[in-house]
Ligand binder design. Structure first.
Ligand code: 5GW
Ligand code: MN
Length: 305
């Protein structure tokens, strides 16, 4: 058995560790939360509002003159999401840093012209369309791995790979950047391991046994250095192809494979659901910011047209 899988049952906050009173705490750090898990058992930070100092982080990343690539797929009718996506990204995504937007589409002429701030560029990458939506979604892994190696490695330090049916609603900055990061699924961040919707059929490459798994990650936003994203997307794509050859498709397509990958390759940082929220899930108290929000979509009108 792979050592990285040997995580015991989901950890709970040890009751004997009570947060010290605020006066003492402030002497140590004012960037601390007592109501949420701030770190994994492998010492990866979990990013919540109130756990970091953006002034310090911005300075660190500015010193390195980092460029961030934001990848997004807009195939067929999904081009309608691009305008809001790009406009809100200009307001909230990596403000003050260099950004390349990589837009994968089969309809390059339908990519809207959005005014960009200095140091920010749009790159349109024409890709083919697939008839099945599951394939459109899964093939993102293949295209990301191909372009990481071909192009992104020469142009950016980090990649942030996201869904397009989204809008930025608050700051998403360099606090998310790390070698390899995933995001807690907003529907499962408080759930028990047994309820995680991992692939449970051993025949699939995405199979996760019922007594394994740390978190349930959402595939709508993940990233890291170009090298780490290359390794992740390549491995997920290859696993998807093995499944295809075996006549099986994982229950949540590439999300299932991403969850399997993160079980063996622990993320070095994890984003809280602030970075992937859907207002259909309400507004819980622990959610101080809703930074990246799912846009309501008319499924019948938008899909498979
Ligand atoms: C996805 C599902 C059904 C039909 C079509 C699609 C689809 C997805 C599409 O026609 N075009 C496209 O570009 N996509 C890409 O896959 C988008 O980047 C989209 O954000 C991503 C995942 O699909 P979503 O957002 O519909 O999936 P959920 O799980 O957010 O509903
Ligand atoms: Mn989506």
């Amino acid at each position: 058995m792979h050592a990285l899988r040997k995580i015991p049952m989901r950890w709970e906050k040890p009751t004997e560790h009570v947060c010290p009173d605020q006066a003492l705490l402030l002497k140590i750090s004012d960037q601390r939360r007592c109501d949420v898990l701030m770190m994994t058992p492998w010492f990866a930070p979990i990013v919540w509002e109130g756990t970091y100092n953006s002034e310090i982080l911005n300075e660190q990343f500015r010193q390195r003159n980092v460029t961030v690539g934001l990848t997004v797929f807009a195939i067929k009718k999904y081009v309608v999401f691009l305008k809001t996506f790009l406009e809100t990204a200009e307001t909230y995504f990596m403000v003050g840093h260099r950004v390349n937007y990589y837009i994968f589409t089969d309809r390059p002429e339908e990519v809207p012209k959005v005014a960009l701030k200095e140091g920010r560029n749009v790159v349109v990458l024409q890709v083919q369309n697939y008839p099945r939506w599951q394939e459109i979604s899964m093939r993102r892994m293949e295209m990301l791995s191909y372009f990481s190696q071909q192009r992104f490695v020469n142009e950016v330090s980090y990649l942030v790979c996201v869904d397009v049916d989204m809008k930025f609603n608050d700051q998403v900055g360099v606090e998310i950047l790390s070698d390899l990061f995933g995001t807690l699924h907003p529907g499962f961040y408080a759930a028990e391991r047994q309820s995680f919707t991992y692939e449970r059929r051993p025949a699939s490459q995405a199979y996760v046994p019922s007594d394994e798994g740390d978190f349930y990650y959402m595939a709508s936003i993940f990233g890291g250095t170009v090298m780490e994203v290359y390794k992740l997307t390549k491995q997920c794509h290859e696993a998807i192809m093995v499944d295809k050859a075996n006549g099986i498709e994982a229950i949540w397509q590439e999300e299932s494979h991403l969850n399997k990958y993160f079980l063996y390759h622990k993320p070095t940082k994890i984003l809280s659901p602030e970075y992937m929220w859907d207002d259909n899930l309400g507004r819980p108290e622990i959610l101080k910011k809703r930074r990246f929000l799912a846009v309501r979509k008319n499924h019948a009108a938008i899909r498979n047209k």
